[in-house]
Design a binder for this molecule. Structure first.
Ligand SMILES: Cc1cc2nc3c(=O)[nH]c(=O)nc-3n(C[C@H](O)[C@H](O)[C@H](O)COP(=O)(O)O)c2cc1C
Length: 243
């Protein structure tokens, strides 16, 4: 089984999302998957020009020449594609949105009615990769994903596939405290859960109810996160002003 992650943090390899991805992939690899983590921040992905050229002029191929030339075949050759990104102002970051818009060539332009009576573009290919989403937000709580949740569910429908797992982590900045003696075991417990999730996805193409529930539990109580988080903001601002 081939799992490809498209990581959409603007911070690339420096971010919090990537820590989640790495643990998830460790579990998936232990269960026998072949994995790849593509960092969108390291790629040249220009904006879609919106002219439908990939549907009319050069069917199935975008007329823009950039790194999407190699990313699209890697997307289509995957059994599972993971969209991994932080929340930016309640939504996905522009790098991820830009990448998703450039997926247009894998669909056909023609409209069709789906099994629920809604409309979408028809398939260009017989089979599309299944989707997983991994996201984190700086604020605590699951409500930060109120836009991403329906978005990724609908995106799976648009791309003729299923969203088989959603891993949403509030208080994502907690990962920066990995070395803190109090946080280390709590983060360690969450990382173990991510590895289990990776394994379950390979073995069952789904997460168990227990794993879903455990993954959504706060790593630290929100009131503590807010208190220490604000102290950290103040410290960082002071440190910067004293430089
Ligand atoms: C421009 C910008 C907007 C953000 N908007 C939100 C937001 O709406 N809600 C939230 O909880 N966190 C928000 N965050 C915080 C990030 O989600 C958080 O720092 C996350 O851990 C970053 O992940 P990364 O290190 O993988 O980039 C925002 C961060 C930036 C830079």
């Amino acid at each position: 089984m081939k799992i490809t992650v498209f990581s959409g943090s603007h911070k690339g390899r420096e971010g919090n999302t990537i820590l989640m991805v790495e643990e998830f992939l460790k579990g998936a690899e232990e269960a026998g998957a072949e994995t790849e983590n593509i960092i969108l921040a390291e790629k040249d992905i220009k904006s879609c020009r919106g002219k439908f050229e990939c549907w009319i002029k050069t069917p199935g191929r975008c007329t823009i020449r950039d790194d999407m030339d190699e990313l699209l075949p890697r997307f289509m050759a995957s059994d599972i594609v993971v969209f991994a990104c932080p929340v930016y102002f309640d939504n996905i970051p522009s790098k991820m949105k830009n990448f998703i818009e450039r997926l247009a060539p894998v669909l056909l332009p023609q409209f069709e009615e789906d099994e629920t009576g809604e409309y979408r573009h028809a398939k260009r290919y017989e089979k599309y990769p299944k989707f997983v989403v991994i996201s984190n937000a700086g604020l605590p709580g699951q409500t930060n994903f109120e836009v991403e949740r329906p978005f990724f569910r609908r995106l799976a429908r648009t791309f003729h596939t299923e969203l088989i797992a959603e891993i949403y982590r509030g208080e994502g900045e907690v990962f920066r405290g990995q070395k803190n003696i109090m946080l280390k075991p709590l983060i360690g417990k969450y990382k173990k859960l991510l590895r289990s999730a990776g394994k379950e996805i390979v073995e069952n193409q789904a997460l168990s109810e227990k794993t879903i529930k455990d993954l959504e539990k706060p790593i630290v109580p929100p009131s503590l996160y807010i208190k220490f988080g604000n102290e950290e903001w103040d410290r960082l601002i002071k440190e910067c002003q004293n430089e």
